[in-house]
Design a protein around this ligand. Structure first.
Ligand code: 5RP
Length: 262
């Protein structure tokens, strides 16, 4: 039986399926968070189950840990792994230098720690995530709950002083309560519209007391795999300076859909 996927899920799936080919036997792999990364975890689970792939997976959230265990992946902590061969994760935006906004799913802190502790980071995304300038997607900023209003005000004042466009920010909510990250923190989303100097902003934000981490991933991503709903995948490697295109045959991946629906 084949589960009918929406065009966006087909795009996410083919990106994940192609990126899974980068995973080799014996690797320690960082497992991202979000709907695209969930496809990756399912693909790796199938490779473990049906093709005997032996990997150790380091999840970037409780959600991903649960899914990875359900898929039969050997899950270990980052402290056990210490260093990773590869991390594969989704993104909310990427630009032509493969700088990213991440954290739409609230897992930016663990995601950045895990990606930074990896020899290589591969981002998997549908084509809508590609932007000329980062910032249309609200930039997540993880802050500790203590004095969060003061931290938010400090962030806003700093953005005004830096003449960053937008300037509004909002506390991320889960119903009528603040959204709580896996680390017990809050997220303040910065509505910037367009980020002029992402490198500078990332550094400035992280210097503020109360800010734990921000969702700008600068010089961390090595490769982006962009999926399209017709099965095409584009691979861009920032280090090699290459851009190639391939096509995934959905017929060969039918077994993945048979028992792995959401
Ligand atoms: O950064 C993330 C979670 O913190 C996700 O990778 C990002 O939000 C993309 O999610 P999706 O694949 O569901 O579009």
């Amino acid at each position: 039986m084949t589960i009918e996927l929406s065009p966006i899920d087909r795009a996410k799936f083919v990106a994940a399926r192609r990126a899974a080919d980068f995973v080799e036997d014996g690797m320690r792999v960082g497992l991202g968070t979000g709907s695209t990364a969930a496809w990756l975890v399912r693909c790796l689970g199938e490779m473990v189950r049906d093709h005997g792939l032996r990997i150790k997976g380091v999840p970037t959230s409780a959600r991903t840990a649960e899914l990875a265990r359900d898929m039969g992946i050997n899950v270990i902590s980052l402290d056990e792994a210490r260093w990773l061969d590869l991390t594969i994760d989704g993104a909310d935006e990427f630009d032509d230098e493969l700088n990213l906004i991440k954290g739409g799913g609230g897992a930016l802190l663990q995601e950045k720690i895990v990606a930074t502790a990896s020899d290589q980071m591969i981002v998997i995304a549908d084509a809508a995530k590609e932007v000329e300038h980062l910032g249309a997607f609200p930039l997540p900023c993880e802050v500790i709950p203590f004095g969060w209003r003061t931290t938010q005000a400090l962030i806003e004042e700093t953005l005004v002083a830096m003449d960053v466009m937008g300037r509004a920010s909002s506390l991320r909510m889960n119903g009528d309560k603040p959204y709580i990250t896996d680390e017990g923190n809050y997220i303040v989303d910065l509505h910037l519209n367009r980020i002029g100097n992402a490198r500078q902003l990332a550094m400035v934000l992280n210097q503020m007391p109360g800010v734990v981490e921000n969702g700008l991933f600068i010089d961390i991503c090595d490769v982006v795999v962009i999926g399209h709903s017709d099965g095409r995948v584009e691979l861009r490697d920032i280090n090699e300076g290459t851009a190639t295109e391939e096509k995934i045959d959905f017929a060969e991946t039918d077994n993945l859909f048979s028992d792995l629906g959401d």
